[in-house]
Design a protein around this ligand. Structure first.
Ligand code: COA
Length: 178
């Protein structure tokens, strides 16, 4: 298995991976919503404002994860992990956790101080995320599922509460996604 940042020549393959994986797990219409989101990151988002990391086996991309910039009035350097997918037939073998750990190492080396995500704490707690509240980290849009608001400091043991508003990139700035 090889872990790396994505190559823009692979945009179509990455979109297909997300559409297929989310169609398998949550139905076709959710697959298309997530495919539109990943395409929006890779084609309409400033390259400095997002990361996409992939894991390849035999030259096929079998997993991928996106991180996009969260801007805080306080100036904390932060990214949000969303979405991620491991091809259905490769799930449950530790690939997703390895991919996240690889990605967080790169972010840390690039000076990112805080990683947050919005999802299943049973999975994300395996890679260091803990439940947080909006009193600790304000969310950019209203959270329909506040229990899924998760974060981890990349520079210390705990997250110092952040005061003021936060803003996400345009691709994520849709209430339906939250
Ligand atoms: C969530 C997801 C990215 C996890 O990737 P993965 O490569 O299967 O993750 P790992 O194998 O590293 O870890 C899976 C862990 O989560 C659980 N898990 C999640 N999906 C699982 C599956 N299909 N089969 C088995 N375990 C699964 C297990 O408890 C496992 O824990 P363990 O290692 O202690 O046994 C993947 O299941 C996926 O793509 N799901 C569909 C899309 C999705 O929901 N994405 C996340 C929201 S953005």
């Amino acid at each position: 298995m090889k872990f790396s940042e994505y190559n823009p020549s692979k945009i179509e393959e990455i979109n297909r991976l997300f559409i297929k994986t989310f169609s398998d797990s949550e139905g076709k219409s959710e697959g298309l919503v997530i495919g539109e989101l990943t395409n929006n990151f890779m084609t309409n988002t400033d390259a400095d404002d997002f990361y996409c990391f992939v894991v390849r086996e035999n030259n096929e991309i079998i997993g991928a994860v996106f991180f996009s910039k969260l801007t805080f009035e306080s100036g904390v350097k932060a990214y949000i992990l969303s979405p991620m997918a491991t091809l259905t037939k490769h799930q449950g073998k530790g690939i997703g956790q390895k991919l996240i750990n690889f990605s967080l190492d790169v972010l840390r080396k690039n000076g990112v101080e805080l990683a947050v995500t919005y999802g299943d704490s049973n999975f994300y707690s395996k890679v260091g995320f803990k439940q947080i509240t909006e009193a600790i980290v304000p969310a950019p849009l209203e959270l329909s599922y506040p229990e899924g608001w998760l974060g981890q400091s990349l520079i210390g043991d705990r997250i110092d509460p952040i005061v003021g508003k936060s803003y996400c990139v345009e691709a994520l700035n849709k209430q339906d996604l939250w």
